[in-house]
Design a binder for this molecule. Structure first.
Ligand SMILES: C[S@@+](CC[C@H](N)C(=O)[O-])C[C@H]1O[C@@H](n2cnc3c(N)ncnc32)[C@H](O)[C@@H]1O
Length: 251
């Protein structure tokens, strides 16, 4: 399927406008398409991301940021865990995504905040943990986003990033590219009614740095260790990074 100019990832502020507009427009169909197009694998990936976040159980003081939170699926995965007694702050700059997901919150300890991940509206060291699912690929400047995560985390605080990648295995990559570039944009366009949102997705994955490069970017933007692993034959990857410094208390 030919890629239209609107679907190609823009640069700088134009990218921010492009992304905010896109998610604001597809918000009503986002959850449905997410689970259908990923064949529900995304739920398993989010569970894994929350496992790796390693949040201490039974601690009411724990504060966790879910950046680029969308309709809260990652926040809900954490807040619904037995033993979680802290609070999740779920931030996103596309207000319609936050509004769309609000019905799912049902008294969970999740506070929505409309804010930009590149200029997080929180003081230094405000969080013990930070997590982001399918968000960093959309940032106009991922390195700046990582520096922001480092700023709002306490020393020793942990960041978990879940993001799409391109599978390293040739056979799997062929299947994946066919699905991502042919099937997904078509189904996405029919179901969402949006002319280019689901063509933007494969384009944004194509231009996003690979997992090793991403780990290097984390390590040069405030994190002392960044480890990563592939999920589902390399369709996605999870990075776990620890903010520089010695943790005080729950780190
Ligand atoms: C693919 S969705 C992921 C939503 C959610 N994390 C999930 O797992 O379903 C990406 C989200 O990132 C948000 N986003 C992208 N760039 C952002 C930025 N600079 N600041 C805040 N939110 C941003 C979009 O508005 C969108 O809701």
């Amino acid at each position: 399927m030919a890629t239209t100019p609107e679907a190609r990832p823009h640069q700088g502020e134009a990218r921010e406008r492009q992304v905010r507009t896109l998610f604001s427009e597809i918000a009503p169909r986002y959850d449905l398409l997410n689970h259908v197009l990923s064949l529900n694998i995304d739920r398993r990936w989010r569970r894994r991301a929350v496992d790796l976040l390693d949040v201490p159980a039974g601690d009411p003081e724990v504060r966790v940021l879910d950046a680029c939170a969308g309709t809260y699926d990652l926040s809900l995965e954490l807040a619904g865990r037995k033993g979680f007694s802290g609070r999740v702050v779920a931030s996103d700059f596309a207000r319609p995504m936050l509004v769309e997901g609000q019905g799912k919150l049902r008294g969970r300890p999740i506070a929505p905040v409309c804010g930009d991940t590149l200029r997080l509206p929180f003081p230094d060291g405000a969080f013990h943990r930070a997590m982001v699912a399918f968000g960093v690929r959309n940032l106009s400047d991922p390195a700046r986003g990582f520096a922001e995560f480092a700023r709002i985390l306490r020393p020793g605080g942990r960041l978990v990033i879940l993001e799409f990648t391109t599978p390293p295995n040739r056979l799997m990559r062929g299947f994946y590219l066919f699905y991502f570039h042919r099937i997904l944009p078509l189904v996405g366009r029919v179901v969402s009614g949006h002319p280019w949102a689901y063509s933007y997705l494969p384009e944004s994955v194509k231009e996003f740095p690979g997992p090793q490069e991403l780990a290097g970017m984390l390590e040069t933007n405030g994190f002392q260790r960044a480890e990563w692993s592939y999920l589902t034959a390399g369709i996605a990857a999870i990075h776990v990074a620890v903010k520089e410094g010695t943790p005080a208390g729950r780190g």
